[in-house]
Design a protein around this ligand. Structure first.
Ligand code: GLA
Length: 559
């Protein structure tokens, strides 16, 4: 993608607000009025992991108020893993760890509420949590009822062990969503399944936010990596330019909890915060509030930076430029202005210029520095952030408040990534919606040469290497999936390869086809029923091998 993001956007920069609104918020999303802007709060995990207690959490609640965080918008106090007892009670109900939480969870919820905060609590859809405490599998309705009875307003639902449940993730999430509705208590549902493609396979029908990456840790590299899964091409076809089109009021891509205050210095903390704000990611602070410095507090509560995140239009920022060192993001706002982040990831000082045509503007535009809270004046056609040092950045607001909203880029049309027609659709005609490992090559082997499997050449198909997974949206419109699979003949070694086809995501574990281990000089033909399948996951496992999904296509026989 690199520099052509600019060209791509220029081509697609058309008026589409109406289309976008109907596409992103009404068609597929859970519409219950919750999480209209990205939820803000504090979560115990990044600061304490499982080492939590009533005293610590009450102190955190007190500090959320006294530090000004609550009033800056951080209202959810979320108790992460480690709060529950090892065993359920004799009626199978979840109970809090009696040593860590001697007064029980209801009393804790009451305390949190008495501080004008909202209470969030962690569970897991596997039979165990990630810390191997009781998970909610087979107790979904009962647990949602218990948690609601403690006054919870937010549930973080993890994904450990969910692949053993034997149920599609979309089906499981719908079950949680219904169970929550049944309690009669409004609760935000936050999915934490490590970037399992939830944005693509319909989590937003049931959940308000979903993780887009593996767990964040205390380093700027991890921060950049989480931001990149949300804003870049690491997990989705480059045509999407990140995950922005899957977010909007009520449904958010979650780049994971904040490490602001846990990084090396305030420069790193600031760029981390700016990235989460421009990406409209939920803002769940993860630092120990009892040792928070004024500098960290000022970062977390910076009003004009938070306003970018909480903008009611709910447009997720997207990249308009990247070259591996310099990056520019744009987030059109509700008041007719737009927020632009200019970032230097390189070792050397650099200037970065944003030209107005990349963000749908022209002529003279007002520019405001949001960290400095200072108007910088009017700029003709472009603005340059000068002499930015390593991890240095500027977050600016461009334009005049109160003017017509600036359109964002057009989302990728549905038919470009979903099966919509009768007859044959080759998978290489569709943009994939999730990938892990190396992206497949379209209509060639991984090297870019003609696909050659077991001595036969194929003009169409997907070329993979090593171990990779890729998901396509069949949209319930296909009857059969047909392909020939095997190592590409350009591979001369003896390693075997294995091809599996799953209905929906990895956690659902619904295997429709398994080739077993195939020798490098042979192939297997796939011709399977995929009626009703919404998403098809292709899994290739090979060591240093090239694997081809030759002539991979779906057939819709409907007239
Ligand atoms: C997973 C989640 C984390 C945290 C831990 C708790 O790793 O992704 O955010 O909740 O589990 O065990």
């Amino acid at each position: 993608m690199k520099k052509n993001i600019g060209e791509y956007l220029a081509r697609h920069m058309i008026l589409f607000s109406i289309l976008y609104t109907s596409f992103s918020s009404t068609l597929f999303a859970k519409e219950d009025g919750l999480a209209r802007t990205p939820p803000m709060g504090w979560n115990s995990w990044n600061a304490f992991q499982g080492n939590i207690s009533e005293a610590k959490i009450k102190t955190a609640a007190d500090l959320m108020v006294s530090s000004g965080m609550r009033d800056a918008g951080y209202v959810y106090l979320v108790l992460d893993d480690g709060w529950m007892a090892n065993e359920r009670d004799i009626d199978g109900n979840l109970v809090g760890d009696p040593v860590k939480f001697p007064n029980g969870m209801k009393a804790l919820g009451d305390y949190i509420h008495s501080k004008g905060l909202k209470f969030g609590i962690y569970e897991c859809r596997g039979f165990l949590t990630c810390m191997k405490l009781p998970g909610s599998f087979n107790h979904e309705e009962q647990d949602m009822k218990t948690i609601a009875s403690w006054g919870a307003d937010f549930i973080k639902l993890d994904g450990c062990y969910a692949e053993r449940n034997g149920r599609l993730s979309s089906v499981e999430l719908a079950l949680y969503s219904k169970s929550i509705d049944k309690t009669g208590r409004p609760m935000v549902l936050s999915i934490s399944d490590f970037g399992n493609g939830s944005w693509a396979w319909g989590a937003k029908e049931s959940a308000h936010l979903w993780r887009t990456s593996y767990d964040i840790y205390r380093s700027i590299e991890s921060v950049y990596s989480c931001a990149n899964t949300t804003a870049g091409n690491e997990v989705i076809h480059p045509a999407f330019n990140g995950l922005w089109q899957f977010a909007g009021p009520g449904h958010w891509n979650d780049a994971d909890m904040l490490q602001v205050g846990n990084l090396k210095n305030s420069k790193e903390d600031k760029i981390h915060f700016s990235l989460w704000c421009i990406l409209a990611s939920p803002l769940m602070a993860g630092n120990d509030l009892s040792s928070m410095s004024n500098t960290v507090r000022n970062i977390l509560t910076a009003p004009e930076i938070i306003a970018v995140n909480q903008d009611p239009r709910g447009f997720q920022g997207y990249k308009v430029y990247q070259d591996g060192i310099l990056e520019i993001y744009n987030k059109p706002l509700s008041d007719g202005t737009t927020a632009v982040l200019l970032l230097n990831k390189g070792d050397k000082h650099a200037d970065i210029t944003i030209t107005w045509d990349k963000i749908g503007l022209k002529g003279k535009q007002k520019v405001r520095d949001l960290w400095e809270r200072k108007d910088l004046g009017e700029y003709n056609n472009s603005f340059t952030a000068t002499n930015l040092s390593k991890h240095g950045h500027m977050l600016i607001k461009v334009g005049t408040p109160g003017t017509r909203q600036i359109p964002g880029p057009a989302p990728v049309p549905f038919e470009k990534y979903a099966v919509t027609r009768t007859g044959a659709t080759w998978l290489s005609e569709l943009y994939y919606v999730v990938k892990y490992g190396d992206a497949p090559k379209y209509n060639s082997n991984f090297n870019g040469d003609t696909i050659l499997v077991n001595g036969t050449k194929y003009q169409k198909g997907l070329g993979c290497q090593n171990s990779s997974r890729v998901m396509f949206k069949l949209n319930g419109k296909a009857d059969r999936f047909i392909a020939v699979v095997g190592s590409d003949n350009s591979y001369k070694g003896n390693e075997t390869s294995r091809f599996r086809v799953l209905n929906e995501d990895f956690f659902g574990n619904q295997v429709l086809f398994d080739s077993g281990k195939i020798k490098s000089d042979s192939s297997v033909k796939i011709d399977i029923n995929v009626k009703g399948v919404e998403y098809l996951l292709l899994m290739f496992e090979g060591k240093k091998t090239y694997g081809d999904w030759a002539d991979a296509k779906v057939i819709n026989t409907e007239n």
